[in-house]
Every structure is written in structure tokens, then in C-alpha cells.
Write a protein that binds this ligand. Sequence first.
Ligand code: GDP
Length: 829
Amino acid sequence: MSDDNDGKKTLGVRGGPRAGNVKQSFSHGRTKNVVVETKRKRVVVPKPGASKPGATGNPALGDPSKRPAGITDAEMERRLKALQAAKAREAEDAAKREADEKARDAERQRRRDEAEAKEREEREREAALKAKAEEEARAKRAAEDAAKAAAEAAANPPAGEPAAPRAQRTAPPAGGAPARRPEKEDRQNRGKARDDGRRSGKLTLNQALRGGEGGRPKSMAAMKRKQERARQKAMGTQEREKVVRDVQLPEAIVVSELANRMAERVADVVKALMNNGMMVTQNQTIDADTAELIIEEFGHKVVRVSDSDVEDVINIIEDKDEDLQSRPPVITIMGHVDHGKTSLLDAIRNAKVVSGEAGGITQHIGAYQVKTEGGALLSFLDTPGHAAFTSMRSRGAQVTDIVVLVVAADDSVMPQTIEAINHAKAANVPMIVAINKCDKPEADPMKVRTELLQHEVIVEAMSGEVQDVEVSAHTGQGLDQLLEAIALQAEILELKANPNRAAQGAVIEAQLDVGRGPVATVLVQNGTLRQGDIFVVGEQYGKVRALINDKGERVQEAGPSVPVEVLGLNGTPEAGDVLNVTTTEAQAREIAEYREKAAKDKRAAVGAATTLEQLMSKAKEDQNVSELPILLKADVQGSAEAIVQAMEKIGNDEVRVRVLHSGVGAITESDIGLAEASGAPVFGFNVRANAPARNSANQKGVEIRYYSVIYDLVDDVKAAASGLLSAEIREHFIGYAQIKEVFKVTGVGKVAGCIVTEGVARRSAGVRLLRDDVVIHEGTLKTLKRFKDEVKEVLSGQECGMAFENYDDIRPNDVIEIFEREEVTRTLS
Ligand code: GDP
């Protein structure tokens, strides 16, 4: 704004020494000095400057008429100057306020975004680190993180960063934002931005708006993205370098679980698998070898674990001596049938219920507890018999501490008495002899004692160590003495358990109750089982919903040797299954699932053994038993079963016959393979080995024996089991012929047009008709013809006609087996 010299008429305020005047210029050099009043002047009039002496804003500069009297031009000029200064300040203030406001808004938004981003990032980071985040490692990494990010930020300052908001922001106080890791780096950046602001001097409106050319501070998001990228880059690379994890690798693992164990992103793992040529989704299972490749690719360490390791969590508790407390003994009653086991159990229980637990209703839950006169607690298993005892033992639960051997005084020692003795001995469980039915007039307890001697049971009355008590389940005679004898034996055994640990027990009985669902009677063996406990039992798991004792009462907990009914199972376990309390349901489920799978595999191997490997594994199970293994193939299931049953009966204490595998149909190569591996002969009952099996058997030296009469087979096996059977062959197979065509010849009947495929066909020999390697008929030949002539022999490769004596159901493709018997075959039977 200056004087205009181009001749144009302008209106301006002069900034020179005569600034108080406005000079009007007209054409042809005419000028006119006027004092002008601008509208704005009126606005600023009330400003404090007006009251200031010497700098008073004048309301009527341009209008001398309105000028207060006595004000000179110089004075006017001063006032005008002051006015201008005030105006400039005001404009600047307004601009500044506006910019401030904008910057503050932007800053607020930015902080909000940052807080969110930070939170998100924090979450991600925590998830990533949760597996093995040692605090120091984290702190260290954090420091490095920040340093790296800062270095990066310093190296390339973000382009388009909105300088204004950053410059405008008042220096953030140290506590302005939580002094956390990601914030550090952020502050570095901010600090840098502030420096820029300071260097550039005062903020102008231009500066304030420079960042967003479109009027929008878009660089904020861009910058954040950039920071995020930088951070991720720093974090990602560092983590892989720094944190090498031990990755537990089972035999098979689901992709997502693998990623989880490595603390890597699932997508990265899937990508890595794809790079290795495996197209899988995150829910698919991969084998350990593939997983190992991937784990190594990600730079972690592989720790191979076997599936069965899932069970480790329940086996790790070791009881210290000082934690152990004495526990009641668990007693099983065994003996010959009808010697009074059930009667004795009932007598003991009833005697105690009547005398001790008045009004109590006895619940048959498979076990019960009684108290002796002397105050000792005894737990009786309610299921007498050897089957229960051994089946529990075979399932891994050695529950019984003491066996009470019941022998009827009127019957003395019987086969099952001996069996019971053997079971108790095998289980290494001490015995107490209860000589029952002593109320009977014919009772002879001494006979029992002497007979027991023969079986190495020397009772105290015979100066041995085994306690013996004369009792009567009917009269109740001797019951108390029996209980005291048990209590005494228990004392000797010093039975101990630690009640203050996670419970472990054995299932005595289990059933599916209509109203209550699966119910199992569990005898707690160690620890204390409580309502609410999570447990695994055999292939089942659950959470204890209720505990019911032998008197039908609900209880909160059950300590060692206490039998309780457990409710809250997901399925019905089996007697003998072991119950273990676990910390989490996931553990319980994992163990149960593992066991279920293992059991399924085992069943598959035993039941429908089809592959050679399965057959082998089945055969291996019983390797160390002294036994005669055999393989059996039969024509129909009925005969196979009959033979297997007959086989099971063969044998004595030293040796028994074990049918490794039995089935229906021809003897195959896999049968031969199994037989070879187990050193077993193969028995074919009305079936034959097919050609490959025959060859294989010849090569491997596996003996195949064919039978048509069960008796013969059983006799031979009996002889073999006693080591008497020589390896003599009873029949010679001299040839095979295959039927090509069947003709009807009047007067002769059906004639088979054959080709001799092996050996020789002899007119005098015995023949069998085989269809699909199964014997259809056995007999003799009516005719053997070569062309039109009756011949004695036809050699391999030649064609011939054959007809059977009294049999003519012959079809093309049937095979005729030609054999000769040897006279010496049955000398052993
Ligand atoms: P378990 O097969 O061993 O369980 O024998 P039980 O308890 O069923 O008894 C078989 C039979 O013997 C039953 O008829 C009982 O009544 C009878 N019995 C059991 N104990 C005694 C006893 O102490 N005295 C007499 N006289 N009979 C008894």
C-alpha cells in the first residue's frame, strides 16, 4: 500500500511519515490530502489503546469534524499507527487462535488414534509373547525396538508430516502419556517434529495449513501407517532373531496349533507349508516330519514328544514320606463257588449296619466300608470272584490289599480255591483264610487246613504265617475275629496314602443310570476326591457333580480307600479303569482322547487284523508266554469259532495254545508272513492256501496243515502242545488241475475238461474240489481220460477229462487238488 504513481486514482493509507493523511491523487498530477475514516477503525475503537495516552485509537481520523478538539495531525498520525499495530496484532492473534484450535483438534484425534493403535499393538504383542515372555527379554527388546524405530525415524523423517500440529503442540509433559514402550519411540518422533517447528520460527497460518493441501491433514494417517510399519519391521525381525522357542512336537499336529506353539502367525505357517509344497488349511493335521521342517524354517527348536506324553501330567506327583498317612485296607473275598463269598460279604455288612449304622440303608455300589470293634476302618470290595480281581488287575488297577480266601469247611479245597490262591500269589497280595460254614455238623476245618498245605498255604494253626479264622456266614460266628484279623494284617502292611493331593482311584463298577447318566463307583486310592474336581478316567473324563457314599448319602469328598459313586462323567468307564484328577478340563479331555485313540488302534489291530503289520503287533503282545502259536483259516465262521474254542481248552500250566489269528477263507500271503514272524504253523480247515501263499510258504519254510475233521486238527495240536507231534506230513499233494469246461456225458454224468497245472494227476489218488480255495468236495475219481482213453496218469501241462465219484457239482475255474495219503500219518494221536 503505497502511493500510486501510475496516475490511477487510489485510496490508501500512507505508511510514511505523513501516514496520518490520505493523499488523493487525480489525473494530471492533481492531488488532495484527505483524512479518511475506515470502517475498521470503529471496530478497534474500544480497544485499550484508546485509553492509552499518546496511542489513542481515533474514532474520527478522516473526519476533522468528528475529531476531538485540540488534536493535531501528528497526534492523529500516532494514533493511526497505534491503531494499525493493534489491528495487525488482532489479525495475528485470530490466525494463531484458529491454527491453535485446529492443531489441538488434530492433536486430540491423533492421540486418540495413537492410544488405540497402541492398545491394539499391545494386545498383539502380548499375544505373541505370552508363551515365553520373560520380563527381562521383553524389556531388552523393547529398548531395542524403540532405539531402532527412533533411528529409522531419524533417518527418514516422514514426508508430508504435518509440521503445524506438531509444532503447535505444547511440549508434552513426561507424564502426558503413559511412559510405555511404544510411546517412547513416538515421543522421539514428536520431539523431532517440535524441533522442526522451533527452527522454522513462529507459526503462520500458512504453516498451519501447509500439511494438508486438500485442506485435510491426511498425512497423519500416513505417518501412523509408516510408524506402524517401521515398528512391525523392527519387531518382526528382532523376534525371529532373538526368541528361539522350544516347540513341543507330537506325532501329528494341527497347523494352527503348530503356529501357536511357535508363536508365529497362522498365515505365515500356512504360507511356509505352501512353499514346501503342502497345500493345507490351518485346521488340517500334518505329520511330525513336515512340522519339524517348518519349525526349523522359522528358526525354532524342535522337541519331539510322543502322544503318550499327554499322560505325564497325571504321573508327576510324588508323595513325600511326611505327607503319607495310614489308610484303611481294601479287601477282596475270593473262593470256590458256593463256598459262601456272597453270604459272608452280606453278613459282615449287615452285622455292621445293624450294630453301627442304625437306620442306614445299604447301597450296593460295589464296595463298602465297615468299622471293627477295635475301631479300624475296612473297605470291602463287593464283587467277589476271580474274574473281577484279574480283570481289574489286567486294566492296571491293583486295588486289593488283602484277599480273604473263603473255603467251606464241608467242602474243603476245590479247583477255584486253588485258582484264587494262585491269583493272590500272582498279585502278591497277602491272604487270610476264612473257613466258612463252621455251623454245619459235617464241617471239618482241620481238613481245610491240611489240604491248603498242599498248595503252599500254611495257616497259623499249622504254625504258618497265614491267619485263619473259623466263621459262619449264617450264624455270624467268628465274624468279629475275621475283621480283627484283617485289621491286624493291615497294620502289618502299613498301608499309607497322601490325602492332600489330587485324587487317584480305581473304578470298581460303572453303569449308565437312566436318571443320573453314567455313574462309576470309584475307590479312592490316593489323595482326596472332591465335588467339582475335574478328572480323567480311562477313556472318559468329567467333573465331579456329586459324590455318594455306600450308605447312599451325598458327601463333599472322599479320602484314600473310601468307595464313592461319582456322578458327572461324559461316558461310562470300565471296571478297573484308573481315575486321575487333573488341573484343567483340557488336560482331562486330551488324555481321554489320546486313550480312546490308542484303544481304537489296538482294537483295530486285534479285531479285524487285516494288514500284516497289525497281525504282527497283535502277535507281539504275548511274546513272552510259553505257548504254541497257531494260525487258523476255515471255510466258515462257525468252524473257525469251534476250533478256536477247542484250542483254548488245550494246554496246561506250562504251555498253552494261542490262536494268533483266525479267519475265514483261503490262506493268504499275509497269513504266511505272520506265521513266519511268530514261528507258527498255519492250519487250514477245509480251505487251501492260494498260489502266492503256497509259494511264499515254501520259500519261508512255513508249515501249512490242511484238515477236514475238527477232531483230527485238535488231536494234532494237542500232541504238538505236548511236544509229541513229529513234523511228518500226512498227505502228499501231488498235483493240481484247473477245470476249463464242463461236459455232460450220458451214462457218466458231468465230466470236467481240465488242464493239469502242477504236478501230476493220478487216477488212484484222492481228489478235492476247490472253489475259491475252499474245499467243496473230497473224494475219488471215477474217471481220468486223456483224449478218449482212460489213463493212469496225466502230467503237468496236459489236458485231461476227470469225473468225480458220486459228485457232479463241478464248474469251470474250479480247481482239483490231487493228493495221496501216507499210512504213517496218525501214529501220534
Ligand atoms: P458264593 O457262590 O461263594 O457267593 O456262595 P454263596 O454266598 O452264594 O453261598 C452258597 C450257599 O451256601 C448258599 O446257599 C448259602 O446259604 C450257603 N452258605 C453260605 N455261608 C454259609 C454258612 O456259613 N453256613 C451254612 N450252613 N450255609 C452257608
